[in-house]
Design a binder for this molecule. Sequence first.
Ligand SMILES: *Cc1c(COP(=O)(O)O)cnc(C)c1O
Length: 356
Amino acid sequence: MDKRPEWTAHVRRVTPYVPGEQPNETDMIKLNTNENPYPPSPAVFEACHNLDPAAFSLYPELSAGSLVRSLAAYHGISEREVFVGVGSDDVLSLAFLTFFNADKPILFADITYSFYPVWAEVYRIPFACMALRPDLTIDPADYDRENGGVVIANPNAPTSIGMTVSQIEDVIRANPGVVVIIDEAYVDFGGETVLPLISKYDNLLVVRTYSKSRSLAGMRIGYAMGNENLIQALNDVKESINSYTINTASIRMGIASLGDEQYFQENLQKVMRTRERVKEALREMGFDVKQSQTNFLFVSHHTVPATEIFEKLKQRHIYVRYFSKKRIENYLRITVGTEEQMDRFLEAVREITGTF
Ligand SMILES: *Cc1c(COP(=O)(O)O)cnc(C)c1O
């Protein structure tokens, strides 16, 4: 006899996405969730200090209007082409719900952001995974087949490898009848953006986040850009679930971040310089390191197994990300931290791999 309560038969069952650990040790080096190691711009701090708590008794602006206008101006597009959400996870999940309602499977890579299959499952969207090539790159030709929509992370995660604009354009051109979502979470770290193509293709949705390049993971700000009909459809679904999503503090800080372009560019340069230095150092220690256009490195050692390096780093309170998934079970994803953090990381790896 099944003793479970009757209601359990009607629960929407899913296997949830598993985010990277959030340990909290004073001496830890956290290189496991691709956060930016540097604080946000001083302009963001100022916006934060200037917040008037009295305003918190009011609902935030509808559709984050002032942030939408700032983003439109920043990117040189119309405000009708911008949609803001609570992190890009919120934006992507809403986009899945809004645009992927065909009977045909949506397509994404077999090795990519592991939230895509989770949303597909929770919304009951059929999906098919396109295998990356042996070198872990995406083959655009794989997306030239019948489907209910396409989603590509560019640059891809956790591989760190980017596609060119013309490769992505091939995918968009092959799929005029469905929405193509390009998740540009890491594009600011040297990737190629397809943003200019939104005026050319009415089925292209470009998704961005403040969590990585703008050092604001804790404020939860993400956004999408695309043809105004796509944006309208997203707003209609959002307004049918929760009218007030992004909060007042995030709206103000999000605007302030856009106002300090110099800090933003310097921060990106710092992260990319460190990335290249660490990449070379790891290669000298016998690692295969993918060409990264992100703020992380995807690496595999020639002799020492990834799980062993992972565990031994953890003993030293250095956290990186390991995915126990076929084809990448011998890889580690390492977020680029500060120069000092990466020196300590490299020292530990040198010990672990025996390359003194
Ligand atoms: C980090 C990440 C996101 C989600 O970021 P948010 O913090 O929700 O804005 C989306 N896509 C990819 C590929 C990511 O790595």
